[in-house]
Design a protein around this ligand. Structure first.
Ligand SMILES: CC(C)(COP(=O)(O)OP(=O)(O)OC[C@H]1O[C@@H](n2cnc3c(N)ncnc32)[C@H](O)[C@@H]1OP(=O)(O)O)[C@@H](O)C(=O)NCCC(=O)NCCS
Length: 174
């Protein structure tokens, strides 16, 4: 499997036709536009605090990646002009010999609750597993029930610990 060429067409739980594909450098501008559509709560959950729109430099960091240490997928609508409605990424943690990666997810508010986040997790895990990653690590704010629910229903064995309002989950993906 070539993570940088990943591309699958799917139906989400509510029947929305989506594509999950590898992020591309030209998606950087869309990521910045996407940020402007997010609720304050989604920004807080994703970044553990409020912050402004990503700078051009950050957009490059998020979209121009090596697909080895840093792998990112986007979910787009299959119908109409291409629109990114969500995304996820993993970044291999230093000193983990490539076996543990930090993960993060984001789905536009309007598209949350349709199963897109759960699909992104399954496809990210599929890629991770093929690349030798054994564990995904996620730091989730304690009141982010939706993200915690997605992990709990994923079927992956989970270990969890909580510190200062942040739940750290370790998902075994092998
Ligand atoms: C967290 C997030 C990524 C989840 O993505 P999502 O697309 O909303 O997730 P899903 O639709 O797959 O799952 C969430 C909901 O679907 C429901 N669901 C999931 N799988 C289900 C299933 N098999 N059957 C029925 N319902 C299901 C859940 O009950 C949940 O419902 P809720 O609305 O009552 O919470 C998204 O909500 C988001 O971007 N939030 C803001 C940013 C964020 O929190 N990022 C995470 C930082 S680590």
């Amino acid at each position: 499997m070539e993570p940088g060429k990943y591309h699958v067409a799917l139906n989400s739980r509510d029947g929305t036709k989506i594509i999950i594909r590898a992020i591309r450098p030209e998606d950087g501008d869309s990521l910045r536009e996407q940020f402007a559509l997010l609720s304050r709560e989604s920004v807080r959950f994703r970044f553990h605090g409020l912050r402004g729109s990503p700078s051009e430099r950050e957009a490059i960091y998020f979209s121009e990646i090596d697909f080895v240490q840093h792998v990112a997928l986007v979910a787009t609508l299959s119908t109409g002009p291409e629109q990114i409605v969500g995304g996820c990424r993993y970044i291999i943690l230093d000193a983990s010999k490539g076996e543990r990666a930090d993960i993060a997810f984001l789905v536009l508010d309007e598209y949350q609750g349709r199963g897109i986040g759960s699909l992104l997790l399954q496809h990210l895990a599929r890629i991770g597993k093929s690349q030798g990653v054994r564990e995904f690590q996620a730091d989730v704010l304690i009141d982010n029930n939706r993200m915690l629910g997605v992990f709990e229903r994923s079927g992956f064995p989970i270990r969890r610990s909580t510190e200062l309002g942040v739940v750290r989950l370790l998902l075994t993906i092998t």
